[in-house]
Structures are given as structure tokens and as C-alpha cells.
Ligand binder design. Structure first.
Ligand code: FES
Length: 169
């Protein structure tokens, strides 16, 4: 298992200082606070919901409502190497749907790959349409992705390097 050390552990006093400053500078700051927490910690833990509600003087239900409305906000830690496949039209026209199915099969057959990369959360256009099917692997853009090139990129990131397979853009 590889480390999730890309993000620090939740720290309420640090978060309180960051968010207090952010709230002082902006009106209607609930979404900004949620985005800030996710940027720092990788996701929004329950403790952050309580803290944001307190600091913004709103209910936890209000914060939860905003949190659950935006699909990009997470309530669980992200996988170590998230793999997101483009599900938009241009990539579908060049095999994106078949790639998504093949990637799912690869993860079904390899528990460690599934744990490391998480459930594919489709993304809609990465601006890499000419090199479809496109993917984002551990935050790195890939073009002309295949199951093999995705696996190689994941392995490269696991090993601490940056593989260059798969038609980078
Ligand atoms: S449609 Fe996939 S990158 Fe644009």
C-alpha cells in the first residue's frame, strides 16, 4: 500500500486559523471554506463541517447542503493515485466508453490497483480532445489512454517517478 501523505492530517487549529482569515475577507464564505479545506486536506471531514458551521454562523445542515450539492467536493479521503477517465463526446467517439469498461475490469482483477486508484469518477472534457481518450492520473493529463498506459502511469507514480507513456499533451 502506498502512502496518502500528499495531504496532511486534519488539524482543527490550523484549519480554524485559515478559515477565520478567509471568512474575514469574503461574503458568503461556506463554499470557499469547503474548497479551502479540500485543497489542504484532500477531502472535507465531518469535523470541518462543524467548524465551518460555527465560524460562518450557519447550521451544520446548511454546510452539508452545500457540501453535497457540488460533486467535486469529497467527504472521504481521495485515493492515492486517482484515475479519472474523460466521459465527454469526443473521447467517447474514439473509444472512451470501451476504455472505461476495460479499466473497470482491470480494477476488478487487481485489488491493489483498485485501492490505489479508487472508483473512476468520470470527468467531462479535459481539454485534450484531439488526443482522446483522455485521462487524468494522479493529477497528470494523459492522451490516447489505454489500460496498459494507465497501469504504467500508475506504476510510475507509485515508484515516485513520472512515466511518459500514453501520448502526453
Ligand atoms: S472530450 Fe475528452 S478531453 Fe475533451
Amino acid at each position: 500500500m502506498i502512502s496518502r501523505s500528499a495531504f496532511p492530517q486534519w488539524n482543527e487549529s490550523d484549519a480554524r486559523a485559515r478559515l477565520t482569515s478567509l471568512i474575514r475577507e469574503h461574503d458568503g464564505p461556506v463554499l470557499l471554506c469547503l474548497q479551502d479545506v479540500q485543497m489542504v486536506y484532500g477531502f472535507v471531514p465531518t469535523a470541518a463541517v462543524e467548524l465551518i458551521a460555527e465560524l460562518c454562523n450557519v447550521s451544520r445542515a446548511d454546510v452539508t447542503g452545500v457540501l453535497t450539492f457540488y460533486a467535486d467536493l469529497r467527504t472521504t479521503p481521495p485515493p492515492a493515485i486517482p484515475v479519472r477517465l474523460c466521459a465527454a463526446e469526443a473521447c467517447q467517439a474514439v473509444g472512451g466508453r470501451a476504455l472505461a469498461q476495460a479499466w473497470q475490469q482491470a480494477c476488478d482483477q487487481d485489488d491493489q490497483l483498485a485501492v490505489d486508484t479508487g472508483v473512476d469518477e468520470p470527468i467531462f472534457c479535459l481539454g485534450n480532445c484531439a488526443l482522446g481518450p483522455a485521462a487524468m492520473v494522479g493529477g497528470q493529463l494523459m492522451g490516447r489512454a489505454t489500460v496498459m498506459s494507465l497501469k504504467e502511469r500508475v506504476a510510475g507514480i507509485r515508484d515516485g517517478g513520472r512515466s511518459s507513456v500514453g501520448g502526453e499533451s
